[in-house]
Design a protein around this ligand. Structure first.
Ligand code: BG6
Length: 464
């Protein structure tokens, strides 16, 4: 029997985001964000036409939920602040009911011995700002820095782990390349501008944090998914390198090293795709790198050299440079359709150690989505999610192995605490340690994995 024990004070917990859990989308002065608006416009694009007001209602039930987190051994929990709840128009007046709500949540967490990790932006642009162009507009970058300052000054006494954004590449890809988030634009140049401005906004928030001399650390949460090439053939290797540049190194390099990779800049320049910048940006980005990095990992990206060159007049897309590769024999999550490749989490941590100065980091999301999970309920109504326990254990073995190799990884947060509403997929894929019964007043039930997690956290590891 092997034992996997983790370093003292390892962070055990889970992650969630405001729009996916709070509900109360239209009360107590909250302004609309792009999800509220898009759902009103096109409900049919959402799985079962379920929109962001039908969440697990953390807004009302946070006290009970935090007690359950405590029971499940959490010593930390990542939540996000809803920008449009705190500042309904994105800039200007602060909503006092939101201030009270977030203070109450933070107090409750702290009283339960759970350290709050607070993220400022999880895909939820206030509608008023999106109407001005969202991340494409430099004024929105400044609005984000002001919003960050407001959060630091309101909650800085209670929070010592801050994150500027979650997976900033997702709004770029989903919102400006692949038509799966609002504003459903498909335009490479605009996507580049959105990505660039998100990076500048993050650096401005980090600067405000440092200038304000707040206690604690600030970072960003990235889905630093490796791009594995099909083979050692130079053409496949190049495909892997370029996919990595677009989807991974773009935000990773600027967040940790303060500069964009030269090869990426060259590619963008060759295709006249460089974003518009301001003279002070370079210095700002260089001087305001992260103290800590959150690593979200679900599945790897596999790529190969292009088989057919795109038509010269075809609009530029990342896939101009590589094809996605459907590797035969890969292990799949049969209940969600994503690949499972546990060693990927190790490769990420070793890459951070070897190529990113061993930046302090933690696993900020890792989880297994399952469709129709009720089919796994036992006679007592408890979901017997042994597949999820196995998923966590296999990933944790690799995290443990990375620690043996000197990785600076400080914790492990699962996605997620409780089944939650997930953008276009709504409640299609369940990820929680706790299930919710949507037909029965969102009643909560701890899954088998929840009890397993409790043991894991209490023992600071597991045996197998
Ligand atoms: C993560 C996001 O990448 O994926 C979460 O940060 C999201 O917000 C999660 O809910 C799961 O996505 P899906 O599509 O499987 O429900």
């Amino acid at each position: 029997m092997a034992t996997y024990t983790f370093p003292e004070n390892f962070w055990w917990g889970s992650a969630a985001s405001a729009t996916q859990t709070e509900g109360a989308a239209h009360i107590d002065g909250k302004g609309d964000n792009i999800w509220d608006y898009w759902y009103q416009q096109e409900p049919n694009r959402f799985y079962n036409q379920v929109g962001p007001e039908h969440t697990s209602r953390f807004y009302e039930r946070y006290k009970d939920d935090i007690q359950t987190m405590k029971k499940l051994g959490h010593n930390s929990f990542r939540l996000s602040i809803s920008w449009s709840r705190l500042i309904p128009d994105g800039t200007g007046e602060v909503n006092q009911k939101a201030v009270q709500f977030y203070h109450d949540v933070l107090d409750e967490l702290i009283a339960a011995g759970i350290e709050p990790f607070v993220n400022l932006y999880h895909f939820d642009m206030p509608l008023v700002l999106q109407e001005m162009g969202g991340w494409e507009n430099r004024k929105v970058v400044e609005a984000f820095a002001d919003y960050a300052k407001t959060c630091f000054s309101l909650f800085g006494g209670k929070v010592t782990k801050w994150f500027t954004q979650n997976e900033p590449i997702v709004p770029v890809e989903a919102g400006y390349l692949y038509d799966s988030h609002y504003p459903n634009v498909v335009d490479f140049k605009r996507a580049v501008q959105v990505g660039y401005h998100s990076a500048v906004a993050s650096a401005m928030a980090i600067k405000a944090f440092k200038d304000g001399d707040y206690k604690g650390k600030i970072g960003i949460i990235l889905n630093v998914t490796p791009s594995y090439p099909r083979s050692h053939h130079p053409a496949d290797q190049k495909a892997g390198r370029i996919a990595d540049l677009f989807f991974n190194k773009s935000f990773l390099d600027v967040s940790v090293k303060g500069t964009f990779p030269d090869e990426l800049v060259q590619i963008l320049s060759d295709h006249s795709m460089l974003p518009s910048t301001e003279p002070m940006d370079e210095k700002l980005l260089q001087e305001n790198t992260v103290d800590i990095l959150g690593v979200n990992y679900y599945q790897p990206r596999r790529v190969k050299a292009k088989e057919y060159m795109p038509h010269p007049d075809a609009p530029l897309m990342p896939e101009h440079f590589f094809d996605f590769y459907d590797m035969p024999g890969k292990k799949m999550n049969p209940y969600r359709g994503w690949e499972i490749y546990e060693k990927g989490i190790y490769d990420i941590l070793i890459n951070l150690k070897e190529n990113y100065g061993n930046v302090e980091c933690f696993i900020s999301e890792n989880g297994m989505g399952v469709q129709n999970e009720d089919r796994f309920k036992d006679e007592d109504g408890i979901i017997q999610d042994d597949y999820r326990i196995a998923f966590y254990q296999e990933h944790l073995k690799w995290v443990h192995a990375a620690i043996q190799q000197g990785s600076n990884v400080k914790g492990y947060h699962v996605w997620t605490f409780m089944d939650n509403w997930s953008w276009l997929n709504a409640y299609k894929n369940r990820y929680g340690l706790v299930s919710i019964d949507l037909d029965n007043d969102a009643k909560r039930h701890i899954k088998k994995s929840g009890s397993w997690f409790q043991e894991l956290a209490l023992n600071n590891g597991f045996r197998e």
